[in-house]
Design a protein. Structure first.
Lengths: 586, 371
């Protein structure tokens, strides 16, 4: 009996709901998938051999790695200076710039992909402008080629590179640079010898995040690339739809997963995000390839850490003569990057008000007809209501399970804690298409393909990961002695949790719930695999329309979707201001 | 072998303490052992704290003093042995069923609750009615001079004010036992002195049995009825502040509370020979400095003397510290600065003398409290 009651008090119990959902819907199916890729119970590598025996497959594989690699390098080249310039800006400007990056990051990736179609298309913004200026007579082929894929991917991934870099760079004590200079290092040398090495953890995290996400990227390459730009994820998605035999699909999924894992373990990103590894933002993915790591960590930890301590030194360091030309160059660079991140959004919003059937930018007059067509069309309206319904259930379920799990996990020693956190984060660490195939198999076994319940479970798998990350970050800032204090005043464990712990970690829980909702509301890759033909979510409907007809109704939808991150940011800031008072005390 | 039961002490300095120590025991540790892994953080700890007593556990980090307090608070339970509070075993009672007030090192004020709500918390948990809660809060706030601060958040208070709120919160439910964990560690020096006297006043007013853990010797000497010096998980010595300072049992205690000069080798007089395994020590302020050929004093036969050379002089406001080389030893001494005093400089020849009765014999090494 004693053993049972001891077990009841163990933090493991708190993690049970989250882990049982994950095991049933994702964990066990992944193992089954691995077995079927090896033709269990016969066990052979014929599926893998078949994959590598076809030159076309190898070409796609190499192409996937190539696109991922080039995109990562491009993101780093753009992202490193951006992050540096943002962190060395004045406090207000810095906060504003980070907000811009966040808005871009949180905006629906479907909406952003759509924006690039509007800009690069044959009748898109650039071609129209060039024709009007008389520079060209026929539209240039700007879309459906490799360059468009890179532009799209870099646009999607840049925030994911920049946010971990900012998080690490903010933690670098700028007085170290002053110290290096006091020892005779020229500014350049001080930067290379001190700042760059200290920022490497951020570079590492950012690069792994971007690379692994690119590997599983699906929507953007499919929408912006040509036939020759197919990536492995597109290939896998086509495979699963075309054939009932899961073996070959499973094999290609595990090949993709293997590459991802090799990179993760070689470069060694800390997935667990133990509180000590403050500078190592953990990896978190979102839907079809949007992903992010840092947001939770950055917003709830870095943002509340008062860095005024070194601020004055930084100001001094800056004042001590930076080259003016360099300063202006930096300013223009930053403006350019922000333009690149945010302008596509404006194009979408402007288009949503266009009067004509065809895409026009800038619109010749304003009209609300596409909004009317969105709300008037039952298929759009139903899709929206379905998405909201699914999103709310996912948010509720994953917030409950995720918060309990985070609370349980935080009670373990650091070794177990890392392992459990890593396990919870696998669904948002693995390439999304692989996760999708795993869940597909799980839901087939459960008989939930093509049901709302199935989609809710599938979305919860990833959403729980986000909730755990965000709540864990908040818990890391939470002073455990407050619980001891409450207990010393005769509050029992439940009273302690309700009266002390819960109010103090509430921002994290609300943040987790919002993120879970956004994750569900924006997910298209997994949903398209498991939704069958019966369930239409808003992203599915958008994705379909984007590929078949470019009716500006989709611009209206995308514009509405862009409101979500802005609302979320406002909520976040409101909570941040509120908790700042509290944080200052700690 | 219960340390608390034997009170060594100078009768002149005890007064109050003696009456307290005749009070019934409030807290008792009986052969308490706490193991972490294979390591004992607390070894066979036995002690008695009497009702109304202020007992301080003093020791360097890793001495087991915090573990002892955590055991008493109920945040951890002993591997072996028993802990009694008010005569009842509490070893297996979780902290939230114990009746005690704790002041935490960083105060652990609830940042989301106002001062008033913080103070009400322990009362609410004990089911006290709202009207009475308001009365008690008002009363306590007045006693810690925070009458107008009830509606503030902890973050809007200064360090000293937070400290007072923490004390008030620990005392408000009238618990029989008050535990203080490095209560003044977070305050700066001036504030610390002020708070020391406030804690002393509150302790007197409430008459509450108090156990305090600290590594600050001044805090311990000022506040306590008795002090326990811990080392390596065991009690090194337990005594009144005067007793501990004046009659340290070991070199460790002598050095942990104040400074001690080793006299072995300084005075090779036959009748002053130190027994083997023991050391002769003297406190710096008990040494007198004079010019080498100053006239001998009337009590010369009660004194020992030695000649040396001043190597360093440190002026520290109220005190002047001298380092004097005597043979192979360097003796440290302190003199209160006075206007009619002779000031020496490095290189000066000096004569040192001290009362024979001020010399103490201490053990080189103790057997870690197990007598």
């Amino acid at each position: 009996m004693r053993n049972i009651s001891e077990l009841g008090r163990s933090p493991l119990v708190l993690t049970l709901p989250a882990f049982s959902i994950m095991l049933v819907v994702f964990g066990v199916p992944m193992i089954l998938l691995l077995l079927s890729s090896m033709n269990a119970p016969v066990f052979s590598f014929s599926n893998y051999e078949a994959f590598f025996s076809r030159p076309a497959n190898i070409k796609v594989l190499i192409q996937t790695i190539e696109i991922s690699l080039v995109s990562t390098v491009l993101c780093l080249l753009l992202g490193y200076p951006t992050a540096y310039l943002i962190t060395s800006a004045s406090k207000q400007l810095c906060a504003m710039l980070i907000t811009f990056v966040m808005i871009s990051y949180l905006t629906s990736f479907l909406a952003r992909t759509y924006a690039w179609i509007l800009i690069l298309g044959d009748r898109g913004l650039i071609n129209n402008a060039l024709i009007e200026l008389g520079l060209i007579s026929a539209p240039l082929q700007l879309i459906y080629n490799r360059a468009a894929v890179y532009v799209g991917i870099v646009h999607m991934m840049l925030p994911i590179m920049v946010l971990p870099l900012i998080s690490v760079m903010m933690g670098i004590d700028k007085s170290l640079l002053a110290a290096a200079r006091s020892m005779g290092a020229r500014p350049g040398a001080a930067f290379w010898r001190v700042f760059v090495p200290l920022s490497l953890p951020g570079v590492r995290s950012g690069c792994v995040l971007v690379f692994v996400l690119c590997l599983g990227f699906y929507v953007t390459p499919a929408a912006l690339g040509g036939l020759g730009d197919a990536m492995l994820s597109t290939f896998i998605a086509a495979q699963v739809k075309a054939s009932l035999n899961l073996g070959p699909t499973a094999a290609s999924s595990f090949i993709l997963l293997a590459i991802a894992l090799v990179v993760i373990f070689l470069i060694g990103v800390d997935l667990s995000g133990s509180p000590k590894a403050l500078s190592e933002p953990q990896r978190v993915g979102r839907g079809g390839g949007m992903s992010a790591s840092v947001l939770p960590r950055w917003s709830f930890r870095e943002m509340t850490v008062p860095y005024r301590r070194w601020r004055w030194l930084a100001e001094r360091y800056k004042a001590s003569g930076r080259d003016n030309r360099l300063k202006y160059f930096g300013m223009f660079f930053l403006i350019g990057v922000m333009f690149f991140l945010l302008f596509p959004g404006f194009v979408v919003i402007a288009t949503s008000f266009s009067p004509g059937k065809f895409l026009e930018f800038p619109p010749s007059s304003l009209s609300l007809q596409w909004y009317a067509s969105f709300f008037g069309n039952p298929s759009w309206y139903d899709a929206m209501m379905t998405s909201i319904e699914i999103g709310l259930v996912v948010a509720a379920l994953s917030t409950l399970a995720g918060t309990l799990a985070a609370y349980g996990i935080s009670r373990f020693g650091s070794g177990v804690r890392s392992a459990l956190t890593m396990a919870v984060l696998t669904p948002i660490t693995f390439p999304v298409i692989v996760v999708g195939i795993g869940i597909y198999l799980g839901l087939v076994k459960l008989g939930l393909i093509g049901t709302k319940t199935g989609i809710m479970l599938a979305h919860s798998i990833g959403a729980i990961g986000y909730v755990v990350v965000i709540v864990s970050a908040t818990l890391a800032n939470f002073d455990r002695r407050l619980e001891d204090a409450a207990k010393s005043m005769r509050a029992n464990p439940l009273q302690t949790f309700v009266r002390v712990t819960l109010p103090l970690i509430r921002p994290g829980i609300v943040g987790g719930a919002v993120f879970a909702f956004l994750h569900s509301f924006d997910e298209v890759v997994i949903t398209s695999l498991i939704g069958g033909l019966s369930i239409r979510t808003l992203p599915l409907k958008m994705w379909e329309n984007m590929r078949h007809q470019l009716d500006p109704t989709i611009a209206a939808v995308a514009s509405l979707l862009m409101l979500l991150p802005i609302l979320w940011i406002i909520l976040l800031y409101a909570m941040w201001w509120r908790s700042r008072e509290l944080a200052r005390f700690v | 072998m219960i340390h608390g039961a034997t009170i060594a002490g100078d009768p002149r300095s005890q007064g109050d303490t003696v009456s307290k120590l005749s009070a019934p025991p409030q807290i008792e540790f009986r052969n308490v052992i706490k193991m972490y892994g294979g390591v004992a953080a607390v070894k066979e700890l036995s002690l008695i704290v009497c009702r109304g007593e202020f007992l301080t556990i003093l020791g360097p980090s890793g001495s087991g003093k915090t573990t002892a307090l955590m055991l008493l608070a109920g945040f951890i339970s002993p591997t072996k042995g028993d802990i009694l509070v008010g005569g009842k075993s509490v070893a297996s009672v979780p902290s939230y069923r114990r009746d005690q007030g704790i002041v935490f090192q960083s105060y652990a004020l609830f940042p989301h609750l106002s001062v008033r709500r913080n103070l009400e918390f322990p009362l609410e948990m004990r089911g006290v009615k709202a009207a009475e809660r308001a009365d008690r809060v008002a009363n306590l706030l007045a006693r810690v001079h925070l009458d107008n601060f009830g509606d503030r958040l902890p973050s809007q208070l200064s360090g000293g004010q937070q400290q007072r709120v923490a004390l008030a919160r620990a005392l408000i439910a009238d618990p029989p036992v008050l535990l203080l964990d490095e209560p003044l560690g977070a305050l700066d020096r001036n504030l610390r002195e002020q708070m020391q006297s406030e804690i002393k006043t509150l302790h007197k007013e409430f008459g509450i049995t108090t156990v305090c853990v600290t590594h600050d010797q001044e805090e311990a000497l000022t506040l306590s009825d008795r002090i326990i010096v811990m080392r390596g998980g065991a009690i090194e010595q337990i005594d009144t502040p005067e007793g501990l300072y004046d009659r340290p049992k070991s070199l460790f205690v002598a050095n942990f509370l104040g400074e001690a000069n080793l006299l072995n080798g300084v005075i090779p007089l036959p009748n002053d020979a130190t027994p083997t395994g023991m050391l002769s020590i003297i406190r710096p302020e008990r040494i007198r400095l004079a010019v080498p050929h100053a006239p001998t004093l009337a009590d010369a036969h009660q004194r020992q003397q030695a000649n040396g050379v001043v190597t360093e002089v440190i002026y520290a406001g109220a005190l002047r510290k001298y380092n004097v080389q005597v043979g192979n030893n360097v003796l440290v001494m302190r003199e209160h600065v006075a206007s009619d005093q002779q000031v020496f400089r490095p290189g000066d020849q000096v004569r040192l003398d001290w009362l024979r009765s001020d010399v103490r014999l201490v053990a080189t090494e103790t057997n870690n409290g197990v007598e």
